[in-house]
Design a protein around this ligand. Structure first.
Ligand code: HSE
Length: 434
């Protein structure tokens, strides 16, 4: 038997607890697949109660209240960072890499914000820095892009990579709930954080998309550079109109290579045709659709969050690193290469079809004036429905799908329309992704 590989866990929250379960209860398969035993030697959490999952199960595991103590230990080869946040996690991962320990993290915010420097440090110190659990939980999207598709030119990656927002939009579609009620129900069901800001504003998906863009295209992108819109402006009426037109609204993240040096990156709710596989990814599920030059379309789906699914990805990374270490081949897989600065297409230059919802005065000539103004801006209407608002006499809703148009032109036209007396509320725009 080869030597054992020793793991130190920093942070014993939801995923940490799942990892403890995986390492202790699945030790047989893990040992067989790694080629040596993988032993949990230390677990740290500021909240002592969280260490109860280990207490009484394996007396040999050191229980600590300071994650930085884990990094200093002689009996730790791989540090697992599950404390979250950016500043302290950054210092912890740096300390681990400086101590020449391999690192596994699920921290997408840390890697999206500070990844370039951390991957450089890992490489310099001959350490692995793995992060499968940071994107889409249990779905092996990192491994697929980095290894399975290593020989292909990736054209695009489109995905539902935030389970909370997919759960909320699905509840709104299935139960007719308003956004605020669907969010409350998601929190009560344990699918949304007490502070769900990053999920519903698209920030969490932006972190994940920055990592995907790095792996798929070699782009060094910061989350703040990605045009991002949350799901909080989606109204139940949009879901109903989308359905009338044959579409479903999903929280999408899109990464597409446009030319050699330019990318289309964006996070926003989108109308997706009912026939698209992404339209069938319901509830808290995640999915990633990858289009490659040689591989064609690939589709991965599964659980993007939760203790056991996410811990499975962390444990898989540990096994991979253990195999590298046992073979004397650390840094076997590349981290985030850079092809130099790729441009991100300004969102105003996007060419897309759009869903538009106008609140208008229900008077003769309004529809003609509206379509005339869109036509004057070169925006062509493909489909249209009009409803007179029940209980709101004198107003009507007009929902339109446009043909392809430049987003800057559409937004300029909508601003001009909303400045006239034609509309009674700001017009609502949602992009169509197909
Ligand atoms: N808050 C995230 C989500 C968890 O809802 O998808 C996994 O990153």
């Amino acid at each position: 038997m080869k030597r054992e590989i020793r793991v130190g866990l920093c942070g014993c929250g939801v995923i940490g607890e799942g990892l403890v379960t995986a390492l202790l209860d699945h030790a047989d398969v893990i040992t067989a697949r790694a080629g040596a035993p993988i032993r949990l030697t230390a677990v740290a959490d500021k909240d002592s109660a969280r260490l109860d999952i280990v207490r009484g199960r394996d007396a040999s595991v050191a229980l600590l209240d300071d994650a930085f103590e884990v990094v200093k230990r002689e009996d730790v080869d791989i540090v697992v960072e599950l404390i979250g946040g950016v500043e302290v996690a950054d210092r912890l991962v740096r300390a681990a890499l400086d101590a020449k320990k391999h690192v596994v993290t699920a921290n997408k915010a840390l890697l999206a914000e500070r990844g370039a420097a951390l991957f450089e440090l890992a490489e310099k110190n001959g350490c692995d820095l793995y992060f499968e659990a940071a994107v889409a939980g249990a779905i092996p999207v990192i491994r697929v892009i980095r290894e399975s598709l290593a020989a292909d030119h990736i054209r695009s990656v489109r995905g539902i990579i935030n389970g909370t927002s997919n759960y909320i939009l699905s509840s709104m579609a299935n139960d007719g709930a308003a956004f605020a009620d669907a969010l409350k129900a998601a929190q009560e069901a344990g699918f949304a954080e007490a502070d769900p800001t990053l999920d519903i504003t698209g920030g969490d998906a932006g972190h994940k998309l920055a990592l995907i863009a790095g792996l798929a295209f070699g782009a060094r992108v910061l989350p703040k550079e990605i045009p991002t819109e949350g799901i909080d402006r989606v109204d139940p009426r949009d879901i109903l109109y989308a359905r009338k037109f044959g579409y479903v609204i999903r929280p999408l993240a899109v990464a597409e290579r446009l030319q050699a040096d330019a990318l289309d990156l964006r996070v926003h709710p989108a109308l997706v045709p009912e026939a698209d596989p992404l339209a069938h990814v319901d509830g808290a599920l995640n999915a990633v659709a990858i289009q490659g030059e040689m591989v064609g379309p690939s589709f991965l789906s599964g659980l993007g969050a939760g203790a056991h699914p996410t811990a499975t990805s962390v444990a898989g990374d540990i096994v991979d690193i253990a195999k590298n270490a046992l073979a004397g081949a650390p840094v076997r897989t590349w981290h985030l290469p850079s092809e130099g600065k790729l441009k991100i297409q300004p969102i105003g230059d996007l060419s897309s079809r759009y869903y538009l919802r106008f609140s208008v005065r229900d008077e003769s000539g309004v529809l003609a004036a509206l379509s005339g103004k869109l036509g004057d801006s070169g925006i062509s209407i493909e489909l249209m429905v009009q409803d007179v608002e029940a209980g709101d006499e004198g107003t009507a809703t007009i929902a339109i799908l446009t043909h392809h148009a430049r987003e800057g032109d559409v937004r300029a036209s909508l601003s001009a329309i909303d400045e006239t007396h034609l509309t009674t509320a700001p017009t609502h725009l949602i992009r169509i992704v197909e």
